[in-house]
Design a protein around this ligand. Structure first.
Ligand code: ADP
Ligand code: MG
Length: 316
């Protein structure tokens, strides 16, 4: 059985490091070359087996998701991914598992030009902590706190599919096999919206990624921007799979279900034209779902929808 150092060398010491990486995995710390006129943006997220993913999830999907949720945070800030670290707690050394895990990690990392520069490995309950680092032009990060009265509210992609996927795995929702597979794939392989982030960051007034449910995350924008919002529930984008189920159930999943990793952003109405021109040219999946409104407290759903929960939270 491999020891800790040979497994780090075999699975987590990647070739072809970018020139920004002066020294990567292998010493006591990494040495990185930072660009001029940019600000470093960093975020960390932990995924724990049985809490953030079902115990039986395969290693490839776990790795994908652990990196994807962090890339999504960079996308929400309008930052370009650069590097990440990986702190891995493993119950035991299982070479097949590690091989699948590192493949899943590397595949997504290569797609997003982000490089593994270091980490830590220990023994215990399976848990994955990834810290990402990226860059924005100084002063240009997208913040939660900058939404203004009259701004239009947009989301990327469709909402609620990952939550539907979880319900399917838990046997609480039954869809045709193809639709079910699509929803489970959204849950296990969320595709972070970094490409769209690059296109909207010059336009958007505020931005957040949807991880805990659309309404819960929109509420963070409203809290920090000190305003309210009206959401046109007829405009909530639903996938083909969710369009086939009862509308109020589909909307409940879309409004409150977690794990979408889509972006929600706001936009001054005068910028809508420009954004729509880009959206059409690039075929961007974005939808206007409402308006920021200082006269409203919290979120007003129009037409209204009955909801049994507001979003996922730990410690409740
Ligand atoms: P130290 O005892 O100094 O913390 P480690 O043995 O933990 O050293 O790590 C040795 C090197 O391997 C460091 O460069 C560290 O960043 C890297 N490393 C350890 N675990 C991982 C991992 N899971 N993924 C990537 N790099 C790792
Ligand atoms: Mg260490």
């Amino acid at each position: 059985m491999a020891d800790e150092f040979s497994l780090i060398k075999k699975y987590f010491t990647w070739e072809k490091s970018p020139i920004s990486v002066e020294l990567g995995v292998g010493d006591d710390a990494a040495i990185l070359n930072t660009p001029n006129k940019k600000q470093l943006v960093t975020s960390v997220d932990t995924l724990i087996s049985g809490v953030h993913f079902p115990k039986e999830t395969d290693a490839h999907a776990i790795a994908h998701k652990a990196l994807a949720v962090n890339l999504s945070d960079l996308a929400a800030m309008g930052a370009d991914p650069a590097w990440f670290t990986l702190s891995l707690t493993l119950p035991s050394i299982d070479e097949d598992w590690l091989s699948d895990f590192s493949n899943g990690l590397k595949t997504l990392a290569e797609q997003h030009n982000i490089f593994l520069i270091g980490g830590d490995t220990s023994q215990g309950v399976l848990s994955i902590t990834i810290q990402v680092m990226g860059f924005v032009d100084t002063g240009k990060a997208l913040l939660r706190s900058k939404a203004n009265h009259g701004d239009k509210i947009y989301v990327t992609g469709t909402l609620g599919d990952a939550a539907a996927g979880l319900s399917i795995l838990q046997n609480n929702l039954h869809l045709e096999p193809e639709d079910a597979a699509e929803c489970v794939s959204q849950l296990e392989y969320p595709q972070p919206r970094n490409a769209i982030s690059r296109l909207i960051r010059g336009f958007a007034s505020s931005c957040i990624d949807i991880s805990d449910g659309m309404m819960a995350d929109l509420q963070h924008i409203l809290d920090t921007s000190n305003t309210g919002a009206i959401i046109n529930t007829n405009n909530i984008p639903l996938s083909a799979a969710l369009q086939k189920i009862d509308t109020s159930k589909a909307l409940e999943l879309a409004l409150t279900g977690g794990d979408d990793y889509e972006l929600l952003f706001t936009l001054k109405p005068i910028k809508e034209h420009q954004l729509m021109a880009i959206a059409e040219k690039r075929n961007l999946p974005i939808t206007c779902i409402g308006t920021i409104d200082d006269g409203i407290e919290g979120i007003k759903l129009d037409p209204t929808v009955k909801l049994s929960q507001a979003g996922f939270q730990h410690f409740t």
